[in-house]
Design a protein around this ligand. Structure first.
Ligand code: NAD
Length: 497
């Protein structure tokens, strides 16, 4: 099985079938002065393809094309049933190209092929399909008025949306922006991460094949400080849907202030708390859930439960069980369908994660398992699943987002202490509480300052529910019908009757 995926990967790179050029106005185009950067696989460091290094001029061409498409209403002006049909076809094509997209995703960012196939591609297709289905089901409003007047409250597309996405779930993050932004009739300029641009570029072509008019979806790869900054500063972009780090989210607000006050929807980092009380009757499931949460996707998930808060009486046994479970998450060849944990996205990320591990040791935390680089002879970037005990709230690994497979264990004696620890973070993306007592579970869930709280589970998720953070985890919400609102302007029209 691994052989099949290796052969396919080899064929892709040997035959030079990969195309790293940008996608603008329905065509593959080189960046200005044919500038490129090397796209390498974190699996073994092999060169995949040179990718267009988008500059301000390329972003400008993409925005102008997107604006033209919006102004002549070649997309927004189509009947809802037609837009719906095209986006459903787009979703279908994503599913039909599952093997190809999954292979690209795995080669580009290092996640296991079984997860690219089983999670990333289907979730991206479902997000597009779900918003397609909403197109002809969401109605505008009429306000209560005096007999002599009628007030229509309508949602209109904003215009040109800049979507700037990270590398950890490249397809899903793109789909969470494209679904609602395209469904509501906008044009989109998508800037994928320089670390994982390949699947986004294929999305441009598949959307065209599905019937999306040229110019409505532009994809311009490049670096954050070049293409990303140019998009966020562009005077003709109406909103930025950003997913990424809190550091860059802060910059996004600055770019909007310096340019045209475009709307900024920030979906940022996290340091999610996973709280287990000694009255929990689901300890085994809790062990599984926290291990899966922190080690899935190599720990490169914004909502990874990276802080495990344990009631002191159960802590020793719980920690032992988590350490035993970590052994099942040893990194391996991402192209082997049995592998559960793959490679970190690049050498920089490997250095960052190892740096946090060093800091934890220096600050006095105890490494119970892992803590080292793995599979270094492959030329790729792997790290062992790692658990630190005796973590204190002020330590860097208790406060900063590591974005790697590193779990920090903290202990508490009372409910109030658990809450203070959980909320003692600048982030507020997600949290989980485990208790057999419904009153306690509700009390704690209500007091947690996080956009999503799980009670006695961590893995339920669906496009139907909002996803986003409190505090410095962001100000927007992806997914659900709430995300449709983001990409529209509200217009009130008064009529005398
Ligand atoms: P990042 O902030 O470094 O980059 C994200 C995107 O912004 C990339 O496309 C990058 O090229 C671009 N960018 C970087 N600097 C820029 C600049 N100065 N101007 C304009 N664009 C710029 O984040 P990352 O390392 O790609 O992703 C990891 C982060 O994303 C983590 O913090 C993670 O928690 C977060 N994330 C959040 C969510 C969520 O929904 N809340 C989901 C996934 C990831």
């Amino acid at each position: 099985q691994a052989r099949i995926w290796h052969d396919r990967a080899q064929a892709l790179t040997d035959d030079r079938r990969l195309d790293g050029r940008a996608w603008i106005n329905g065509q593959r185009v080189a960046a200005r002065d044919a500038q490129t950067f090397e796209c390498r696989s974190p699996i073994d460091g092999r060169l995949l393809v040179p990718v267009a290094r988008g500059q301000a001029a390329d972003i400008d061409a993409a925005v102008q094309g997107a604006r033209q498409a919006f102004n002549d209403r070649r997309w927004a002006g189509k009947a809802p049933a037609i837009r719906k049909r095209i986006l459903l076809r787009f979703a279908e094509l994503i599913n039909q190209h599952k093997d190809e997209l999954a292979l690209l995703e795995t080669l580009d960012m290092g996640k296991p092929i079984q997860h690219s196939l089983g999670v990333d591609v289907p979730a991206a297709a479902r997000a597009i399909a779900w918003y397609a289905e909403a197109i002809d089901k969401v109605y505008d409003e009429v306000a209560p008025t005096a007999d002599s007047a009628l007030a229509l409250i309508q949602r209109e597309p904003m215009g040109v949306i800049g979507a700037i996405v990270p590398w950890n779930y490249p397809l899903i993050m793109a789909a969470w922006k494209l679904g609602p932004a395209l469904a509501t009739g906008n044009s989109v300029v998508l800037k994928p991460s320089e670390k994982s641009p390949l699947t986004a570029l294929r999305l441009g072509e598949l959307a065209q094949k599905a019937g999306l008019p040229d110019g409505v979806l532009q994809v311009v790869p490049g670096f954050g400080h070049e293409a990303g900054e140019a998009l966020a500063l562009h005077m003709d972009v109406d909103a930025i849907g950003f997913t990424g780090s809190t550091r860059v989210g802060r910059a996004m607000l600055g770019y909007a202030g310096q340019s045209n006050l475009k709307r900024v929807f920030n979906e940022l980092g996290g340091k999610s708390a996973f709280i287990v009380f000694d009255d929990s009757d689901a300890i085994e499931r809790a062990v599984d859930a926290v291990a899966t949460g922190i080690f899935f996707n190599q720990g490169e998930s914004c909502n990874a439960p990276s802080r495990l808060l344990l009631h002191r009486g159960i802590a020793d046994d719980f920690v032992k069980a988590v350490v035993a479970r970590a052994a099942r998450w040893q990194p391996g060849d991402p192209l082997n369908p049995r592998t559960q944990m793959g490679a970190l996205v690049d050498e920089g990320q490997l250095r960052t994660v190892l740096g946090y591990i060093d800091s934890a040791r220096e600050q006095g935390a105890h490494c119970l398992t892992g803590g080292e680089q793995a599979l270094a002879d492959t030329g790729g970037f792997y790290v062992q699943p790692t658990v630190f005990d005796q973590v204190q709230p002020g330590m860097r690994i208790a406060q900063e987002e590591i974005f790697g497979p590193v779990l920090s264990v903290l202990r508490f004696d009372t409910e109030a202490e658990a809450l203070a620890l959980a909320n003692g973070s600048s982030y507020g993306l997600q949290a989980s509480v485990w208790s057999a007592h419904i009153d306690r579970a509700h009390r704690v869930a209500r007091a947690l300052r996080a956009g999503t709280v799980h009670v006695n589970q961590y893995d339920e998720d669906d496009i139907t529910v909002p996803f986003g953070g409190y505090k410095q985890s962001g100000n927007g919400r992806d997914k659900s019908l709430h995300a449709l609102d983001k990409y529209t302007e509200l217009k009130t029209t008064w009529l005398r009757i």
